[in-house]
Every structure is written in structure tokens, then in C-alpha cells.
Design a protein around this ligand. Structure first.
Ligand code: SF4
Length: 394
């Protein structure tokens, strides 16, 4: 999915950055995975790149926003934006009848909306999920090279070989994976429904093969007691939060509550007052009895947190300090690739259409549909046991 920066679209003033991510060592596949984080893991550092779009001048920014509004209406298109993209793309989505949300709600909203064109501001796997759920709609993205370290670090051939080695396990993958990896899975989960689904699978006797995020997998295993054999991937943003520095920050702000996304390391999660998906973090900020919060997730979230909670104070959890390497500095370099300039360009030209191999779609859709049916039943207060087969009954 990566290509040379020389061959990609950009505008004058854009810059490119090298991004490091981890992938289990293909030369030693037997040692590259672990159950419940007990076995040392062999990983290689890989390199990708991200484009840093130039910020338009204020007048140009207003012109672009007005043009985007006009084009969305003219093209009968709706914007689906993630919480981590530029605030302008979040605001535009809300102003024009679209949505700003986590990846679960993005997928559901795009599927159910009447518009025939979806503009997904986020990263590649989100556009692919929208296309898988709405194969007859046109799905556009401001930048098709907006990637994710979890997706990049879990190539389908290696992952498929890992699954083949463990045929007794139910394959549960996180949303942050390619269409091809989803097509190899039994279940898809997002961070907002992972605990419920894994708990239900455990109750039905399933042993689980989990991919790709090791921190989220560790959190799920600790919370549910399920047997998880894990792929060893990580989010380059959340992996960088530091417990030592967070403890020091807590001492400076003793009344602050700590909100943590479970893609963060276990010692950071252990310091949290609330752990959960982006939606759960928003809910905790609204409902917890505090006016000050330290937040360990991508700092793109600060926009919605501050909008929804005027008068409350939100402080970024530290990625810097003595124990830091700060690869991402709490902002995803791929989410940052989504820009107003490219939003307008794709709406004008129809460029950057997300295409998924039609042969993959029916199989990749199965685990997503299972997740959506499960979460819909849960939301409606209906029993979910019948949606999860007892092991041996599938
Ligand atoms: S923030 Fe992390 S998990 Fe989300 S898209 Fe970026 S690299 Fe992937």
C-alpha cells in the first residue's frame, strides 16, 4: 500500500516525514506472537512515509470550506470524518449533515445514509470498510495514502499463515486492518465493542487469535480473562504514551481525571480513571465528576472534547520526557494527511475513489456484519448469545 513520495499528489509547501512502525519478524514467525504477553517477541522496525499538508492561509481556508459545502450539496455526497482528523474536516462534516465519530459509527453511518457518495476523512482502512459495507456507493478519500501502523504491520500473507498455524482459534481482528485481513477473520471489533464481543465468545468456549494491536489485545485479555493469542502490532501514536511522565503530570494536576485509549501500554492504562474508545472517552469527559482531564489518545480528539465540554480543561498526556522517543507526538501522521485542499480536489474531480477487490467483499463483509448485528442487539437490549455460536456448533 505504500508508494514512493515522488509519485504522489501534493501541493507546494507540503512536506514528507519518515514514519517507523513495527511488524512481527517474518523470518521467525513461530517467535513473533505471544499469548497474554508472556513470551518475548521478535519485531522488526519498518519505514513508511506520511505527507504533511501545508496549512492554507485564512482567506484560502474559508474559500475552500465554502467550496466544499457547495460541492457536497451539488454531488449529493456526505462526509464521514474521524475524531483524529483536522478540526476543519470535523466541523464541515457536522455542518453538512455528516458525522464525526469512531470507526464503528463511521461504518454504520455510511452504510445507512442515503447519499450515493461517501467522503471518508480518516485512514485507508476506514475507506475500505465503507466500501465493503456500501459496494454500490462511491467512496472517496482526501488521500488514499493515509495509512495506519496496525494495518501496515499486519500483511495478509503473514497473517494468513499465522491463522493456518492455529485452526482451533476463532479469528478476531480489530477494525484497523486491510480488507484482505478482514476477509480472513471470523469477527471484526472496534475498541468500543471489543470487550463485549470477546466476552461473549469466551462464554461460548472460543479460544481467540487476536490481531493486530498488542496493547488492546492485552487489555481485552486482562478484562475478560479470554485466551488470546496475539499478533504483535502497535499504534505508533498510543504506543508512545509514557507512564512515568504521566504520573508526574498527575502530581501537577491532582484533581484531574485520566482518560486513556486501550491502544496505550498497560502501565499507562493502569493509571486511568476511564479506559475506552474515543466515544467512551467523550462520554467519560461529559459524565465524570471533574473539570480537568488528562487525555491519552490522539490530540485530534481535543477539538471535540473542548467543543462538547466548554469550561472544562483538557491536557494532553505526555509522550515526551526522559523515557520518550516521540515518534508521533500524540498525533497520527496519516490522519494529518487529510486536508481541505484535497477534500475539494476529490469532490471536484472524483479522484481518490476507494476500490476493493469485488471478490473480497462478500467474505470481508461477514465479520463486519456480525459485529454490527451484535452491537445493534446490545444497544436494543436484546440477548446476544444466539449471535455467537457455541464452539463446535459453527
Ligand atoms: S492513530 Fe494509530 S491506530 Fe489510528 S490510524 Fe493512526 S496509527 Fe492507526
Amino acid at each position: 500500500m505504500t508508494s514512493s513520495p515522488d509519485s504522489v499528489h501534493g501541493t507546494p509547501g507540503d512536506a514528507f516525514v519518515d514514519v517507523e512502525y513495527e511488524q512481527p519478524d517474518q523470518a521467525a514467525p513461530a517467535a513473533a506472537h505471544r499469548a497474554l504477553a508472556a513470551v518475548p517477541v521478535v519485531c522488526s522496525t519498518r519505514h513508511a512515509w506520511a505527507r504533511v499538508p501545508a496549512e492554507p492561509a485564512p482567506a484560502e481556508r474559508e474559500r475552500l470550506k465554502a467550496r466544499a459545502r457547495e460541492l457536497l450539496k451539488a454531488k449529493n455526497a456526505v462526509m464521514v470524518s474521524h475524531y483524529y482528523v483536522h478540526p476543519d474536516l470535523q466541523d464541515l462534516a457536522l455542518e453538512t449533515g455528516g458525522i464525526v465519530s469512531d470507526s464503528l459509527e463511521m461504518a454504520r453511518f455510511g452504510r445507512d445514509h442515503a447519499a450515493q457518495t461517501l467522503v471518508v476523512s480518516g485512514v485507508r482502512f476506514m475507506g475500505e470498510s465503507a466500501k465493503i459495507l456500501s459496494p454500490d456507493k462511491r467512496v472517496l478519500m482526501p488521500d488514499l495514502d493515509a495509512n495506519c501502523s496496525l494495518d501496515l504491520g499486519c500483511p495478509v500473507d503473514e497473517f494468513s499463515a499465522f491463522c493456518d498455524q492455529h485452526p482451533d482459534r476463532t479469528v478476531v481482528v480489530y477494525a484497523n486492518t486491510s480488507a484482505a485481513v478482514k476477509a480472513r477473520a471470523d469477527w471484526l471489533v472496534t475498541s468500543s465493542c471489543a470487550l463485549d464481543i470477546v466476552r461473549a465468545l469466551k462464554d461460548q468456549g472460543h479460544k481467540i487469535l487476536w490481531a493486530p494491536d498488542r496493547h488492546l489485545g492485552g487489555y481485552i485479555a486482562r478484562e475478560t480473562g479470554a485466551d488470546l493469542l496475539m499478533w504483535n502490532g502497535a499504534c505508533i501514536v498510543h504506543d508512545e504514551f509514557k507512564a512515568f511522565e504521566l504520573e508526574a503530570l498527575k502530581k501537577e494536576h491532582p484533581r484531574a481525571k485520566v482518560l486513556v485509549h486501550p491502544e496505550s501500554p498497560a502501565d499507562v492504562v493502569a493509571l486511568a480513571d476511564a479506559v475506552g474508545s474515543t466515544s467512551a472517552i467523550l462520554n467519560a469527559a461529559r459524565t465524570l465528576d471533574a473539570t480537568e482531564f488528562i487525555v491519552a489518545t490522539d490530540n485530534g480528539m481535543m477539538h471535540t472534547l473542548r467543543q462538547q465540554n466548554p469550561g472544562k480543561v483538557f491536557i494532553e498526556a505526555p509522550t515526551a520526557g526522559n523515557s520518550a522517543t516521540c515518534k508521533s507526538c500524540a498525533h497520527c501522521p496519516w490522519m494529518a494527511m487529510n486536508s481541505l485542499v484535497d477534500l475539494v480536489r476529490v469532490l471536484e474531480t472524483g479522484a481518490n475513489e476507494v476500490l476493493v477487490d469485488p471478490a473480497l467483499i462478500p467474505r470481508a463483509r461477514q465479520p463486519i456484519d456480525r459485529m454490527l448485528a451484535f452491537t445493534a442487539a446490545l444497544k436494543a437490549g436484546q440477548p446476544v448469545g444466539s449471535l455467537v455460536p457455541h464452539i463446535g456448533a459453527a
